[in-house]
Design a protein around this ligand. Structure first.
Ligand code: HPA
Ligand code: ZN
Length: 350
């Protein structure tokens, strides 16, 4: 581990902004800002059940995951054309570049779109083109992860996989999202086994609202490489010990957890507990347009609320690079850049 010299508290926000980092838990449909929802609705002639940007934003008062998902799927209904998907992802990448994100692994929910008659090719090609341009124009390494909606059937997931296979080279993995409680990971055992045979990376949302048992079955039945959220693992000491020993990454999203009332307040978040227990926890934005901030805002607010240290900052950035599915040479380069950033901040103190 890189031995970090503490920087003075007033310089920590600057360091958090400057450090290179990977974002591994971002639903690209959750980056649709209200302004863009209204612009796309106009462009595509889609009627919205909200009179204005302000009225839509005023509806962002969530009580749990489902209350958010209902609005999130309504917002995504304005996406129809390849250019819409490109524009949405490009707007995210511009913000990510400003946050010094060097690597982004974007979740997308194809069933939300194919169910409305949007072809799979439109979804994947628009997002893929934005990923390619993010690399060439912004220096961000980006890939896509296709998520199955867990409130739908496994049969539906299989049909979605089938539709996506002609574009197999345009996504690196699959995930599992949407309404968690009542839809345990094992419901998708067969489709995840098939994805493993196809050489896809495997991740799943587990332990956001659902019990630690869902994290165990994501690991043992689905055989995922990372757990998305996973904050409920703190309720299960045996699970905590296993996650620490195996260094299974958790992609934690503090502002999301606060806004969906998983924790009553950011001060009550267990990120410090997870890190101090030696888990490979990472910090992410989840649905930044809905939860009040992109990646650096998550870092700034969480560090302020939990009084996290310079060492925690380095560990979170390093964990994000370690946990990414990027090639080893890229991870080495980013780690070097990370260490240089920290050295620069220490040198400036003297
Ligand atoms: N959990 C489950 N499904 C989701 C989320 C989330 O945080 N965001 C978008 N889809
Ligand atoms: Zn999520």
């Amino acid at each position: 581990m890189f031995k970090v010299h503490p920087v003075p508290a007033h310089r920590l926000p600057e360091l958090l902004r400057a450090m290179p980092k990977a974002e591994l838990h971002i639903h690209i449909e959750g980056s649709l800002e209200p302004e863009m929802i209204f612009a796309l609705a106009r462009r595509n002639g889609v009627a919205l059940p909200y009179a204005s940007v302000e009225a839509l934003r005023a509806a962002y008062a969530f009580t749990d995951l489902q209350s958010f998902l209902d609005i999130y799927y309504a917002g995504a209904s304005v996406l129809l054309k390849e250019q819409d998907f490109f524009d949405m992802a490009w707007a995210y990448f511009e913000k990510a570049a400003a946050d010094n994100v060097v690597r982004a692994e974007l979740f997308f929910d194809p069933q939300t779109h194919t169910a409305r008659g949007v072809p799979m090719a439109v979804v994947i090609n628009g997002l893929h083109r934005a990923c390619v341009d993010a690399g060439s124009q912004l220096g961000i390494s980006a890939d896509l992860i296709l998520c199955f909606l867990r409130h739908l059937s496994e049969e539906d997931a299989f049909a979605t996989l089938e539709q996506a296979l002609p574009f197999r080279d345009r996504f690196i993995g699959v995930g599992l999202d949407s309404s968690e409680v009542g839809h345990p990971p094992e419901k998708f055992a067969r489709v995840f086994a098939r994805c493993a045979e196809l050489g896809l990376h495997l991740v799943a949302h587990a332990g956001e609202e659902g019990p630690p048992a869902y994290i165990w079955s994501a690991l043992d039945v689905l055989k995922v490489e990372r757990i998305d959220h996973g904050v409920q693992s703190a309720k299960d000491p045996a699970l905590m010990a296993r996650l620490a020993k195996e260094r299974t990454p958790l992609t934690v999203c503090p502002l999301s957890n606060q806004k969906l009332c998983v924790f009553p307040d950011l001060k009550d978040h267990n990120l410090r507990t997870l890190l101090d227990a030696g888990l490979c926890a990472t910090l992410n934005s989840d649905d930044p347009a809905y939860f009040g901030g992109y990646l650096n805002e998550n870092f700034l607010q969480t560090f302020a609320a939990l009084h996290l240290s310079t060492q925690h900052a380095w560990t979170l950035a390093h964990n994000s690079i370690e946990a990414s599915f990027a090639p080893a040479v890229d991870k080495q380069r980013w780690t070097h850049q990370l260490n240089q950033t920290f050295e620069r901040f220490v040198e400036h103190d003297y």
